[in-house]
Design a protein around this ligand. Sequence first.
Ligand SMILES: [Zn+2]
Length: 175
Amino acid sequence: MDALYLGSAGARADAVAVRRNGFGRGVYITADRTAHETIARASGPVRPTRTRFSLQVGWRLHLEVGPPLRFVNHSCEPNCYAVLPLDGTRVEIRALRDLEAGSEVLLDYDTFEYEMSYFPPVCRCGSPRCRGSIRGYRYLSEERKAACRSFIAEYLRTEASDRPVAAAPVRAVRS
Ligand SMILES: [Zn+2]
């Protein structure tokens, strides 16, 4: 496999590499990591709408990340998690467990996207615990929500008063 990009964000400049795989591309760690160790960091612009390469950081805010982290694939059985401070402009990817060099970095997109916009109709992650369709945190079972409680995006722990419910009209507020 050829490395297309080397990680350039944060202190661990050479911590990850992008390689071609069955999903197109994936992000791989280049050294052993221990559980909860930071693998990569990135920052980027925050926008009010979701894009193909954004991570949700607020009820109406989406952090767009560039390479290499935009190539991180989803798994229903992830080995990493994204630390996403409320309404923040940065993301930190950390190991969920001890990982060997060469492991692909895999995140559960349902732990930060409230409602998925850009995902194939059927998940192909291949995990024995694959949930089949990845539609966003709001559609997770209570069991799965409890299981990933310790590593979801921070905004998902906050009052969802501004929740983007599909049918709710957006009110223009003038002061
Ligand atoms: Zn899956």
